[in-house]
Design a protein around this ligand. Structure first.
Ligand code: GAR
Length: 202
């Protein structure tokens, strides 16, 4: 069974979509991690009695650092970390520690519209400005470079009728809520295979 830690920074709609769409006997969210203690995602985790950890690279009361977090996640037997709207860069040694066990959802079709500063509405504003008629969402493994790790799954959406960046965001979010539970389910069934530099979903 998959034991998930979901990392969040804000609204938490992707956290909720995993919670609601992936059956408990396939994947269980055993930890929610955030750099922001007061956000709707943390509120949701507490309501559902999920263990919550606050993360900071600096010494801060009530927060753990990445080494302490790695220990807590090991105790909870976490075998997949999902970055679902987590907007902080993760330190290299934590990425090494969880090699091929951290995935991220990005609200555009990578490798376009990714990289430092490309998160949330910044992405949709850039897509809007580009005049692109399609956007979408990407799920990829996390490596040491922003939005660069191997792509696991993508789905596109027609945005030719979107009248604003906010409308693009809403269309993309709908796609995100479909594909993230789908990919988590595939991980839980061991149907995601890494073959050389490609990812195959069976
Ligand atoms: C989502 O759109 C996610 O793709 C994006 O933040 C939003 C979080 O929403 N992530 C990034 O931009 C990462 N580069 P949520 O808190 O409602 O899940």
């Amino acid at each position: 069974m998959l034991r998930l830690a979901v990392f969040v920074s804000g609204r938490g709609s992707n956290l909720v979509s995993i919670y609601n769409s992936v059956p408990d006997n396939k994947a269980k969210i055993v930890a929610v991690v955030s750099n922001k203690p007061d956000c709707p995602a943390i509120e949701f985790a507490k309501q559902k009695n999920i263990d919550v950890f606050f993360i900071s690279e600096k010494e801060k009361t009530g927060f753990v650092n990445y080494n302490q977090l790695a220990d807590r996640l090991a105790e909870l037997k976490v075998n997949l970390i999902v970055l679902a709207g987590f907007l902080k860069k993760i330190p290299d040694n934590f990425i090494d520690h969880f090699e091929n066990k951290i995935i991220n959802i990005h609200p555009a079709l990578l490798p376009s519209f990714g990289g430092a500063g490309m998160y949330g509405m910044n992405v949709h504003n850039a897509v809007w400005k580009s005049g692109s008629k399609v956007s979408g969402a990407t799920i990829h493994f996390v490596d040491k470079i922003y939005d660069h790790g191997r792509i696991i799954y993508q789905k596109k959406v027609d945005i030719s009728d979107a009248g604003s960046p906010e409308e693009i965001a809403a269309k993309v979010l709908k796609i995100e809520h479909e594909i993230l539970p789908y990919v988590v389910l595939k991980f839980s069934e061991n149907k995601i295979k890494i073959i050389d530099d490609k990812i195959l979903i069976e």
